[in-house]
Design a protein. Sequence first.
Length: 85
Amino acid sequence: MANQKLQVQRGAAVTPSNTADIPSVSGGVNNGCVLYVGSAGNLRVLTSGGDDVTFTALNAGSFVPVQVVRVYSTGTSCTNIVALW
């Protein structure tokens, strides 16, 4: 089985918000990014497809390979979150 390699060109720290989407680092609209989670906990996100999903019990140093447009402050206990494009 081949392993997929995560390759990104840009990254930015994420501030969780119940109302604001993750801004694009290029100044346009964020059509989705994957996330790196620096500390353990739960992560509630809005996917680029419009789904409200909570990932529970993530380990520190995890990657979330789902296209995300928002990280909610309510329901998120992880910190040190980085958006990757």
